[in-house]
Design a protein around this ligand. Structure first.
Ligand SMILES: NC(=O)c1ccc[n+]([C@@H]2O[C@H](COP(=O)([O-])OP(=O)(O)OC[C@H]3O[C@@H](n4cnc5c(N)ncnc54)[C@H](OP(=O)(O)O)[C@@H]3O)[C@@H](O)[C@H]2O)c1
Length: 309
C-alpha cells in the first residue's frame, strides 16, 4: 500500500504526514490499515531534502509521469490555492490550482488505477443558510476561491468517479499560517484585537481531520464505490471568529480584549460566507463522526503547541 500526499508542505499535508508517521492522532490511533504504509510527499517545489519531491499538480505531463513511475494506491490531494482574497485578485492562478490541477490528478488516477481523495471547502456553498449544510446541499459559491474549488470537485467526480471528496472549513494546524497562530501573536502584542463577529463556522483541527480522512479511505477500500463522492468533515459545534478568538485567549491565559466588528466594517476584498456550518451527515450515517467538539480540539492544540501562558 502506497500513498501520495500532494501539497505535502501545507497545513493538512504536514499534519497527515505526522499522523501517518506516528500512527496516532489525538482522537485515537490511526486505522490499522495504514500501519507501515509507505507514503510519498510532493509539493510545488522540493524542499532540498529527499523528504519532499517536486510535483506541480498543474503540469499534466508531470503528474502522468509521476503516477506512471510510482505505483500508487491512493493520492490525497492537499494542494490548493487557499488564500481567498489572493484568488479574487488572481483568478487564472486560482483556476489552475483549484480546478485544472485536481483534474490532472483525477485523469492520471483513473488511467493508473489509483484512487483519489480530494480536499475541498465550505466555500463551494453560498453560506447564507443558518442551518448546517449536508453533502447534498446545492452549491452556489460567491467567491473565485469557492467557484474554482467547485469546478475542481466537479472535474474530479467526472474524470475519476471513484474519487472521494472531503470538504472541510476553518482549518488550523501546527504547520503554516492560520487563525490560531495569528490570534496567539496578536493577543500577545496588543491590548485589544478587532475580530469579525457575524460569520459562523466550525473550527477544525487538522489532526482530527487527518485521522478522519484515513478512516474514510480505509472504509473506501472495503466498500469500493459506495464511499465515492462528497463528505463533510469539520469540528463539531459552531462559533463565530470573535468567540473563537476569545476561546484562544482564554486557553492561552491572554488578557487581550476581543472587540467584535462586522464583516462590512472589516471590508475584505472577497465576500465571506455568514454561515459556513457543514453537517457531517455522511460520516454520522456510515462510519461514525469522531470529529471532536471544536473547543476540545482547540484545547489539545494549544497544549500540544505549548501556546499557553
Ligand atoms: N485552510 C483552511 O481554512 C481551509 C478551509 C477549508 C478547506 N480547505 C482546503 O483544505 C485543503 C488543504 O488546505 P491547507 O490549509 O492545508 O492549504 P495550504 O496550507 O495552503 O497548503 C497548500 C499547499 O499546496 C501547495 N501548492 C501550491 N501550488 C501547488 C502546485 N501547483 N502543485 C502542488 N502543490 C501546490 C502549497 O505550496 P506553496 O505554499 O509553496 O504555494 C502548499 O504547500 C485545500 O484543498 C483547501 O482548499 C482549507
Amino acid at each position: 500500500m502506497r500513498l501520495l500526499i500532494t501539497g505535502a508542505k501545507g497545513q493538512l499535508g504536514e499534519e497527515l504526514t505526522r499522523v501517518l508517521r506516528t500512527g496516532r492522532a489525538d482522537i485515537a490511533p490511526v486505522n490499522a490499515r495504514w500501519t507501515d504504509v509507505e507514503f510519498l510527499r510532493t509539493d510545488v517545489a522540493a524542499d532540498g531534502s529527499t523528504e519532499t519531491l517536486a510535483l506541480d499538480i498543474t503540469d499534466a505531463a508531470a503528474v502522468d509521469a509521476f503516477l506512471a513511475e510510482h505505483a500508487i494506491d491512493w493520492v490525497v490531494n492537499c494542494a490548493a490555492a487557499t488564500n481567498v482574497d489572493g484568488c479574487e485578485a488572481n483568478p487564472d492562478l486560482a483556476r489552475r490550482l483549484n480546478a485544472d490541477g485536481p483534474a490532472n490528478l483525477a485523469r492520471a488516477c483513473e488511467a493508473f488505477g489509483t484512487r483519489l481523495l480530494h480536499v475541498s471547502t465550505d466555500y463551494v456553498l453560498a453560506g447564507d443558510d443558518p442551518l448546517p449544510q449536508a453533502e447534498d446541499a446545492e452549491p452556489n459559491p460567491k467567491t473565485v476561491y469557492g467557484k474554482t474549488k467547485l469546478e475542481g470537485e466537479r472535474l474530479v467526480a467526472a474524470l475519476a468517479p471513484s474519487s472521494v471528496i472531503v470538504r472541510t472549513a476553518w482549518l488550523y494546524a501546527s504547520h503554516g499560517k492560520n487563525f490560531v497562530f495569528t490570534m496567539s501573536r496578536l493577543g500577545r502584542e496588543h491590548e485589544s484585537v478587532r475580530v469579525v463577529d457575524d460569520q459562523h463556522g466550525s473550527p477544525t483541527n487538522a489532526n482530527d481531520l487527518a485521522w478522519e480522512i484515513l478512516e474514510i479511505m480505509a472504509w473506501a477500500d472495503e466498500v469500493g464505490d459506495e464511499a465515492s463522492g462528497i463528505w463533510h468533515a469539520t469540528g463539531a459545534g459552531t462559533t463565530t471568529w470573535d468567540a473563537f478568538a476569545r476561546k484562544i485567549f482564554e486557553l492561552e491565559g491572554l488578557t487581550s480584549e476581543v472587540r467584535g466588528v462586522s464583516t462590512e466594517e472589516w471590508g475584505a476584498p472577497a465576500p465571506r460566507p455568514a454561515w459556513s456550518v457543514l453537517d457531517n451527515r455522511r460520516l454520522r450515517e456510515t462510519i461514525g463522526d469522531a470529529m471532536r467538539p471544536w473547543e476540545e480540539a482547540l484545547a489539545s492544540f494549544v497544549a500540544e503547541e505549548g501556546l499557553g501562558a
